[in-house]
Design a protein around this ligand. Structure first.
Ligand code: ATP
Length: 240
């Protein structure tokens, strides 16, 4: 693999919360313009991995490079300007603000390396939000909120989208809709996506590559289609 196809390189990353080792010498590569699914059971270290990539957690050891430059030690707000957008679990919107006001907030930490993503582009991607632009965010359904937090992240014009459990608590039909939009972002806009998911089956259906974490270590890594078709792996780690 040439270095220009590696967008994020992670090597020997170790993260501790006091005595708890959440990531134990984790190494992986995130390819540019593709979706990498990060799978694993509760407590495997998936959220910790995303929070460490986006600068919210300082690792005890290891390195994270983005386009060949070291990221460890870079503050989360500078990450956003460099083109990394993190959509945390839980769909945190500002409930009192309208949909459009929430979206505009996303443009504040914008990556200026590319032409700005416009509100109209976000409404084209997330059509249900277009009709709700003046509604308070607290009136949105779970699926619409998930669209809003991803849309807000897109307003920063990222090249990399870190998504933490976007399917959590959503009906299967809405999950399918959101995953289809993620796949379109990757295909049509060459976005790089790191998709943390408990819903392994759906994640593998849109990912090119997958990494399974188990108790803070990389248990398996490979093409998504290979993992999805391996009955032993599915039984041991993926729950389907
Ligand atoms: P989940 O799907 O439940 O969110 P996960 O794979 O995202 O799980 P993490 O949330 O990254 O896993 O947790 C990895 C380990 O670190 C677990 O053992 C968890 O209990 C521990 N942990 C996570 N956050 C903290 C914290 N703030 N303080 C102490 N331990 C933590």
């Amino acid at each position: 693999m040439t270095t220009d196809t590696i967008q994020i390189g992670i090597s020997d990353l170790t993260v501790q919360y006091g005595p708890v080792t959440a990531l134990d010498s984790v190494s992986m590569t995130i390819r540019a313009g593709a979706t990498t699914a990060v799978l694993g059971a509760n407590g495997a270290g998936k959220t910790t991995l995303l929070r460490t990539i986006s600068g919210l957690i300082r690792p005890k050891a290891g390195s994270i490079t983005f386009g060949g430059k070291e990221l460890v030690g870079v503050s989360p707000d500078r990450m956003s300007r460099k083109g990394l957008a993190h959509v945390p679990e839980g769909r945190g919107v500002i409930a009192e603000l309208t949909v459009e006001e929430n979206l505009r907030l996303g443009a504040l930490g914008r990556n200026r390396a590319h032409d700005a993503v416009t509100l109209d582009q976000v409404y084209d991607i997330f059509v249900p939000l277009a009709g709700r632009r003046t509604s308070s965010a607290h009136t949105l359904s779970g699926g619409e909120r998930q669209m809003l937090v991803i849309g807000r992240a897109l307003m920063a014009t990222p090249s990399v989208l870190l998504l933490d459990e976007p399917s959590l608590g959503l009906a299967p039909k809405i999950v399918a809709q959101i995953f289809e939009i993620i796949a379109t972002l990757v295909d049509a806009q060459s976005m790089t996506v790191v998709l943390v998911e408990q819903n392994a089956r759906s994640a593998l259906s849109i990912a090119e590559h997958a990494v399974v974490l188990d108790l803070g270590k990389v248990a398996v890594e490979g093409p998504a289609t290979v993992l999805a078709q391996d009955p032993a792996l599915r039984h041991a780690y993926l729950g389907f």
